[in-house]
Ligand binder design. Structure first.
Ligand code: SAM
Length: 243
């Protein structure tokens, strides 16, 4: 592939992912709106509606980037609750922190630079974990899922919002053209960075499909796992519980 993605070792992949998000951080929000034609907002809205988050709870927005979900959760948990915006990349975290503070979201949000594979939180300490468009960037996804399982409280839930496999072959083809030809050009035009958006297209293609991810969650210990396809399976929301 373009990045020699299949042949690189784990350390190389992690540093490539770091480069990509350092490079896109400043333009991340505007690119998100452009690339998804605003639809990412609906996908995130659906995730929030399925989160079951209540006042006073502790929520982890993992790979939270510029904090779209954190902003909503902060209001839902109220002053007696807490949202942890965790991301491996300090450039993304900084953009997120500045944006949330500019919007008056302060007091119940913690910002933590952390790798999803080794979460620096106590066992059984978090009510709800979301990871939106983050898991596909993680080098060792099984390790990350185990780590999420460990920090969740019994009764807690994990929501994984991620690109997945379109359910119709026709849509699959259109989507391929879009992601491999149009996306990198848009990246070049708007962010001056075709490579990062080429990486994005490739990482989407290589991410486990709906059933595979569901199985991976079960392997990590999650129960009552299910998924819901959004926009014809371009994206799927997976859910699992720890009991
Ligand atoms: N959740 C945000 C959203 O939906 O807009 C940001 C998604 S962004 C596409 C992916 C994020 O995953 C980036 O901010 C990146 O730094 C982060 N990331 C990549 N690998 C990670 C890891 N191993 N642990 C934690 N975060 C990671």
């Amino acid at each position: 592939t373009h990045f020699g993605y299949k042949t690189v070792d784990k350390k190389q992949k992690a540093s490539m992912v770091a480069d990509v998000f350092h490079s896109v951080a400043a333009k991340y929000d505007v690119m998100n709106d452009l690339m998804s034609m605003g639809i990412h907002r609906l996908w995130k809205r659906f995730t929030i509606d399925c989160s079951g988050v209540r006042r006073g709870q502790t929520v982890l927005d993992l790979a939270g980037g510029t904090g779209d979900l954190t902003a909503k959760f902060s209001r839902m948990v109220g002053p007696e609750g807490k949202v942890i915006l965790a991301d491996i990349n300090n450039a993304m975290l900084k953009v997120g922190r500045d944006k949330l503070r500019d919007n008056g979201i302060v007091g119940n949000v913690d910002y933590v630079q952390a790798n999803a594979e080794e979460l620096p939180f106590p066992d059984n300490s978090i009510d709800v974990i979301t990871i939106a468009f983050g898991l596909r960037n993680v080098t060792d996804k099984d390790k990350a899922l185990h780590s999420m399982y460990r920090v969740l409280k019994p009764g807690g839930r994990l929501l994984v919002l991620e690109f997945s496999k379109p359910v119709h072959e026709g849509l699959n083809k259109v989507y391929d053209v879009y992601s491999f030809h149009i996306l990198p050009k848009m990246g070049q035009l708007v962010a001056g960075d075709a490579d990062s958006y080429q990486y994005l297209a490739e990482s989407i293609r290589m991410h486990p499909d709906q059933e595979t991810l569901k199985n991976m969650m079960e392997q990590a210990g999650f129960e009552q796992t299910s998924y819901h396809n959004l926009t014809g399976g371009i994206v799927a929301l997976h859910r699992g519980f720890k009991f």
